[in-house]
Design a protein around this ligand. Structure first.
Ligand code: ACO
Length: 340
C-alpha cells in the first residue's frame, strides 16, 4: 500500500493564514441533448401534453442533456475532473481529497468518489460522497474549504455529478421536464490568499416530503417509490426566501455587501427563482450567470457546471467576487462567497 499522495506545492507557510482557492474548473455534459420539443414528443407517446412555451415560460428551460444506458455519475465526474485538473495545472496525483456531491450515485456503495478515484488512476487519498441534493456542491465546497483551512487537505477535487434522468417519472409532466444530467468540478487548493471568504450552510428536515425520492433497497427489492416527487409550488416559495437569507448572511460574515459582487451563480432550477434572488439583492441581471436554459436542473452539478461555463466564456475572471448558492431537497440550502 502506498503512503498518502504527496501534497502539491501549496505556497502556504505553516505560520501564514491559510485559505482555500479555486485553482481550476471543469465540466461535462453527456452528448444527447433533448430540446423541449423532444420532451413534448416523448411525453406525447405516453398520452401527456407539454409544450416548449409552457416549459420556457414557467422555468426558462429550453433543453437538457441525458446520459445513454450504461453511463453513470462517475463517468461524467471523470470528464469534469480531468478538465478541472488540466485548468489548474495539476494531475490526479496531486489530489489529497475527493468529494463528490451526488444524489444519483453509481451504486449503494462504495461511494462514487471512490469509483472516481479509481477511474482517475490514483489511490490513497480521502474520498467520500456528500448528499445534500441540489445544495450538494455548495455543501461539498464548504467542507473542502474547512478541511483545507484545518490543514487536513492541500489539494481537493470537489465535484457535483448527477444522472437525474434515471430517477425521473416520465409519467409525471410536472417534474420530468425540469431535470438533466451533467457534472462540474473544481480543484480547490491551499493558498495564502483567499479564495473562499465565507460559507453558510443550512437544512430544515421538516420539509423532507416536498422534494424526495422516497424509495430504498431492502432484501433485494426496491421498497417504496424510487422516482422523484416534488411539490413545485412549496419548493418555489421556500427557495426564494432561503436563497435571499443565505446570500445576506454570507455577505455579512465576510464583511462584504451585494455591491461588491461581480457574479451571482445560484442553483440552476428555475430562471424565475434565480432572477428573483438577484432582484432582492438589487443586482443587475447581467451579473446573474444562467445556464438553466441549456442544462435544465442538474441538481448538485448545476452550480459547478454554470461556474465553468462562465469561466470558459471569459465572464468570471481571476479576482472577481462570486457568490455560489444552492437549494434543494432536505430541505437544504447554502452559499459560498469567494474571490475567484
Ligand atoms: N406542461 C404543461 N402543463 C403543465 C406541465 C407541463 N410540463 N406541468 C404542469 N402543468 C400544468 C399543471 O397541471 C397546472 O395545470 P392546471 O392549472 O390545469 O391544474 C398548470 O400547469 C400550473 O401548474 P403549477 O404547478 O401551478 O405550475 P407552476 O407555475 O408552479 O410551475 C414549477 C411549476 C415549474 C415546477 C415551479 O413550481 C417550480 O419551478 N418550482 C421550484 C422547483 C425548484 O426550484 N426545484 C429546486 C430544487 S430541485 C432539487 O433539489 C432536486
Amino acid at each position: 500500500m502506498n503512503p498518502l499522495p504527496s501534497s502539491p506545492t501549496a505556497h502556504v507557510s505553516s505560520q501564514a493564514p491559510r485559505f482555500a482557492r479555486i485553482a481550476g474548473t471543469g465540466s461535462y455534459l453527456p452528448p444527447r441533448r433533448l430540446s423541449n420539443a423532444d420532451m413534448a414528443a416523448l411525453l406525447a407517446e405516453k398520452g401527456l401534453e407539454t409544450s416548449d412555451e409552457w416549459i420556457v415560460e414557467r422555468t426558462g428551460i429550453r433543453a437538457r442533456h441525458f446520459v445513454d444506458d450504461g453511463v453513470n455519475s462517475s463517468d461524467l465526474a471523470l470528464h469534469a475532473s480531468r478538465a478541472a485538473l488540466q485548468a489548474a495545472g495539476r494531475t490526479a496525483d496531486d489530489v489529497d481529497l475527493i468529494i463528490v456531491a451526488t444524489s444519483t450515485p453509481d451504486m449503494v456503495f462504495p461511494s462514487t468518489a471512490c469509483i472516481l478515484q479509481q477511474k482517475l488512476g490514483v489511490h490513497g487519498c480521502a474520498a467520500f460522497d456528500l448528499q445534500a441534493v441540489c445544495s450538494g456542491f455548495v455543501y461539498a465546497l464548504a467542507v473542502a474549504d474547512s478541511m483545507i483551512k484545518a490543514g487536513s487537505a492541500n489539494c481537493a477535487l470537489v465535484v457535483g455529478a448527477e444522472v437525474f434522468s434515471r430517477i425521473l417519472d416520465f409519467n409525471d409532466r410536472t417534474t420530468c421536464v425540469l431535470f438533466g444530467d451533467g457534472a462540474g468540478a473544481v480543484v480547490l487548493e491551499a493558498s495564502a490568499e483567499p479564495g473562499i471568504l465565507a460559507t453558510e450552510l443550512h437544512a430544515d428536515g421538516r420539509h423532507v416530503g416536498i422534494l424526495c425520492v422516497p424509495g430504498t433497497v431492502a432484501g433485494g427489492q426496491v421498497l417504496g417509490d424510487p422516482l422523484l416527487k416534488m411539490d413545485g409550488q412549496a419548493v418555489f416559495k421556500l427557495a426564494v426566501g432561503v436563497l435571499d437569507s443565505a446570500a445576506r448572511a454570507v455577505l455579512e460574515k465576510a464583511g462584504r455587501s451585494a455591491e461588491d459582487l461581480d457574479w451571482l451563480i445560484p442553483h440552476q432550477a428555475n430562471i424565475r427563482i434565480m432572477q428573483g434572488t438577484a432582484k432582492k439583492l438589487r443586482l443587475p441581471l447581467d451579473k446573474l450567470i444562467a445556464t438553466v436554459d441549456e442544462h435544465g436542473n442538474t441538481s448538485a452539478a448545476s452550480v459547478p457546471l454554470a461556474l465553468d461555463v462562465a469561466v470558459k466564456s471569459g465572464r468570471v475572471k481571476r479576482g472577481d467576487t462570486v457568490m455560489l448558492e444552492g437549494v434543494g431537497g432536505g430541505f437544504t440550502w447554502g452559499a459560498v462567497l469567494l474571490d475567484f
